[in-house]
Design a protein around this ligand. Structure first.
Ligand SMILES: [Zn+2]
Ligand SMILES: [Zn+2]
Length: 389
């Protein structure tokens, strides 16, 4: 039976209620005894407080503005939830519980819609701000800029040449190394060569308490923002914009970057994550990129890291130590190979080189995977033939 039914079944005068509540709250008499004294037959001990009036609070319901009430306390539970007698809105004692009355649901829905609208507006303002920027002067693009934009256009842009896909959606890394990729896309954005695309996913943006918006560099779409409407087509099939010295130097640099990235991924497979290449490693890889094809370097790294794997398995050395001894072994192996003129085996092209390197192999060298198997050399016969075509 609920409160109302019980109050109707056992109607008490105000005087009786007062007396009953004094016995209940202020004496040690058992409830059974009290019920007996007052002739309340058939009432459960736990239902005795049902007979008392609700307690008025000094809180007004935020929806109906009527005074909110509490059920009468029991002997063991002096603190009850506060509720609105009209709309049933409840202020729970426990902060873990939230009211879900009709009014609260409506309020939540309105707040949600308001928040969504604010979010939309904040993103919209950010995109507008970007589209109001002056487009980058095409004549100011350096060869480096062209290589970067060209590779994004080739590997990350949609068929209509409108949007660069978010880097995290792309199969290929933009640049050898994930952190480096993000660093470079940030620079392109900061320098104004690309802007945020009008296509977007709300989840790519974050908002602070003041609804200031920021975004994840690898999760957003971009547009190329250069004042030449044909720039995308041009960089998709570029005329040679590098001289021979630049070609050679970029070739070596990209191979070096790919090789270091390859070494780090091999390390990562062996759970060696703490290693970051310093000057010594950089120098070694620069020397290797000068004398060997990228394929040969990959082969050498694989050969050496097979030994590293055994060392990791025996587990009696620190990872940093293992990484350092791997580099030393790689160095010895490289110079010995040079000295004894080893015929170095190639590994197969695995097609997971970065966008920039692949763009360079395909569109600048015009060699495709052959570049992977060739020692960087601008006088190479094949290269010359292809360039003359
Ligand atoms: Zn109310
Ligand atoms: Zn409510």
């Amino acid at each position: 039976m609920d409160r109302e039914t019980i109050r109707k079944k056992y109607p008490l005068s105000d005087e009786q209620k007062l007396l009953l509540s004094q016995k209940y709250y202020e004496t040690d008499l058992t409830i059974k005894q009290i019920l007996k004294d007052f002739g309340l037959k058939g009432l459960n001990s736990s239902q005795i407080t049902y007979l008392f009036d609700n307690i008025e609070t000094n809180i007004k319901c935020e929806y109906c503005k009527v005074i909110m009430e509490q059920e009468p306390p029991t002997r063991t539970d002096g603190n009850k939830d506060t509720f609105c007698p009209q709309c049933k809105h409840i202020l729970y004692r426990s902060s873990y519980r939230q009211c879900c009355c009709e009014n609260c649901q409506k309020k939540k829905q309105i707040e949600k819609e308001k928040k969504e609208q604010q979010t939309k507006n904040a993103i919209y303002n950010l995109l507008n701000r970007d589209h109001d920027k002056t487009a980058y002067n095409a004549e100011d693009l350096t060869s480096w800029d062209k290589l970067l934009l060209g590779s994004l256009i080739t590997f990350a842009m949609d068929e209509e040449l409108k949007y660069i896909q978010p880097l995290e959606d792309c199969e290929r890394c933009f640049f050898p190394g994930r952190d480096k990729s993000i660093e470079i896309i940030e620079k392109l954005y900061d320098d104004g060569l690309i802007i945020l695309g009008n296509r977007y996913r709300t989840s790519s943006f974050t908002f602070d308490e003041k609804n200031n918006v920021s975004f994840y560099l690898n999760k957003v779409f971009y547009e190329v923002w250069v004042d030449d409407s044909d720039i995308c087509k041009k960089l998709l099939n570029p005329n040679q914009f590098l001289n021979d010295d630049q070609i050679l130097s970029f070739w070596r640099d990209f191979n070096k970057g790919e090789a270091i990235f390859y070494l780090l991924s091999e390390f990562e497979n062996l759970r060696i994550k703490s290693f970051s290449p310093g000057k010594k490693t950089e120098e070694l890889f620069a020397a290797m990129a000068e004398k060997l094809s990228l394929s040969q370097i990959f082969r050498m790294i694989r050969y050496i890291t097979d030994k590293t794997a055994k060392e990791v398995m025996t587990g009696d050395k620190y990872y940093q130590h293992i990484a350092n001894s791997t580099i030393t072994r790689l160095e010895s192996h490289f110079y010995r190979a040079l000295h004894e003129n080893y015929s170095l085996y190639n590994v197969k092209y695995e097609n997971d080189l970065s966008m920039v390197t692949t763009y360079f192999y395909n569109k600048i060298l015009n060699m495709g995977d052959s570049a992977f198997y060739s020692v960087p050399n601008i006088a190479m016969e094949k290269y010359i033939i292809l360039r003359e075509n």
